[in-house]
Design a protein around this ligand. Structure first.
Ligand code: TYD
Length: 208
């Protein structure tokens, strides 16, 4: 696998429905990797860039946009994230470890609920494959309890929608690129136990 990677760095992606705990896992992994001295960049989508900020307004319900427009915007934000100066590709080429909270699999799962799947996969087809995807799996009903006390709800934070996203994820992740490793983790386990499993799984690879 390592010989086929086009860059020196490692590209690790976390995915899951809302409330699954991907942000916590990204942080825990990055903290642990940093103790080894490896240069690590923790990042996320939607990004903090101009398109990412527009997406945050749309997700919060402050700005309206059609589902197709949202799919295009996530793709534009991703393109910027990958190809912008000091973005994902630059860092991978420099040999850094990139830990990304959500990536193209989020689009394939979320945007395909309200759009034609063909459109969403066309928009994301040319984006680089990561080395590994950790899917933190959690039933939508459990995720709902976790986010129940959030004062503001984003447009996708409805249990029925999240249940559809979860089943799309499970479908999408059976059909990733040839060199992408997918690991499905039980998101109901304590965060520390999940983090330990991730560490052991990464230890089996040449990514770290
Ligand atoms: P996230 O930042 O993980 O959620 P929060 O900060 O509210 O915990 O993601 C924001 C939302 O964006 C989440 O509902 C998933 C959605 N999303 C998509 O629909 N498509 C995408 O391509 C990405 C990256 C995120």
């Amino acid at each position: 696998m390592s010989q086929e990677r086009p860059w020196k760095g490692g590209f690790v992606v976390f995915e899951g429905i809302d409330g699954s705990g991907t942000t916590t896992q990204c942080r825990m992994l990055a903290e642990r990797v940093e103790t080894t001295g490896r240069e690590t960049w923790t990042t996320s989508e939607p990004t903090r860039g101009p398109v990412g900020r527009l997406l945050r307004d749309i997700l919060a319900g402050r700005t309206a946009a059609a589902p197709e427009t949202i799919a295009y915007l996530f793709a534009a934000d991703r393109s910027d994230h990958l190809h912008g100066s000091n973005g994902i590709i630059d860092r991978l080429e420099r040999g850094e470890l990139v830990v990304c909270d959500r990536y193209k699999y989020s689009s394939l799962a979320y945007q395909s609920v309200e759009n034609d799947c063909g459109l969403v996969s066309d928009l994301n087809r040319r984006f680089a494959d990561p080395d590994i995807v950790f899917f933190v799996d959690l039933p939508a009903s459990v995720a709902e309890q976790r986010i129940a006390d959030r004062p503001l709800r984003e447009i996708y934070e409805r249990t029925e929608f999240q249940e559809q996203v979860r089943s799309r994820y499970l479908e999408v992740l059976t059909n990733v690129g040839r060199n992408v490793r997918v690991e499905i983790l039980d998101g109901t386990e304590p965060q520390a136990a999940i983090a330990e499993k991730i560490w052991l799984l990464l230890g089996e690879t040449s990514i770290l």
